[in-house]
Design a binder for this molecule. Sequence first.
Ligand code: NAP
Length: 280
Amino acid sequence: MILGNTRVYSVIGNPVKHSKSPIMHNAAFNALGINACYIPLEPSSTELDKVCSLIKAGVLSGSNVTIPYKEAVVEYVDVLTDEASMIGSVNTLYSNEGKLIGDNTDGLGFKKSLFSDFGFIPLGKSAIILGAGGAAKAVTAKLCQAELDSLVIFDIDLKKAEELLEHISKFNYKTKVDLIKSDQVNSSSRKSDLIVNCTPIGMNENDPLLVSPDVFSNNQYVYDLVYTPPLTKLLSTAKSCGAKTLNGMDMLAYQGAESFSIWESVEAPYEIMRQELLNG
Ligand code: NAP
């Protein structure tokens, strides 16, 4: 129930109508009896600073940030956490002693789902990352941090791929990182232990398969950050070839739970949040 003193959290994005974060966070507040609610906000890019001011002032208790604002909010943040600096974008905002703090929980969500739950051991392995946007930044940071042997990145927008490579290069990771062109995607995918889709391709029924169907094998891990639909064309094709497959739902639940814990200083009810996503 919304009361006079109910605290308000949000997710900022544009568009944001598809977001499952409100379902997940409201279920968590409910489960723990916390007097707070979580709403979607769809500011234009010129209104972004105003929403950030509301969080800084404590009018909004905190917010998640999604496409296309994860990088744009950095300029309004007073303190960037080490994790957000390492990833190079922000998905969690809150105020502390009058300062706007920008954090990022996407990497942790990816790491927990891929390494702990899915059982992928990065040491000595190779990966191909398709897409070089905000999500790819979190994914590549965690793979490099875990000493993956080698990584190749492809984005239809070469500039984005170059920016990501430039960002990764600042951190002296041991991982060998290269950019590839479109005509190398299939051969690189075939050679990779891990294939990660960090593009939105797969959300629509008519989307193309990102790689040729003959690249998959039964010793590969294929991770699609897309979670709607749960079984994308990429995952169903990989699965039929015996590859181990995972969609982005667990990453979403983990990153949400981590944001929740940061805001409320309590352990988030992860299983309830995850179940709510699966139901919703
Ligand atoms: P983004 O910043 O827009 O990045 C996506 C990148 O992929 C863009 O650079 C895009 O280029 C590129 N791209 C599009 N089609 C491509 C193709 N066929 N081949 C190679 N690159 C292509 O988006 P994002 O924030 O990184 O998110 C990407 C996806 O991950 C979304 O579907 C999002 O919902 C999902 N995601 C999931 C989670 C989770 O918790 N599961 C977390 C974050 C994101 P253009 O800009 O030129 O199109």
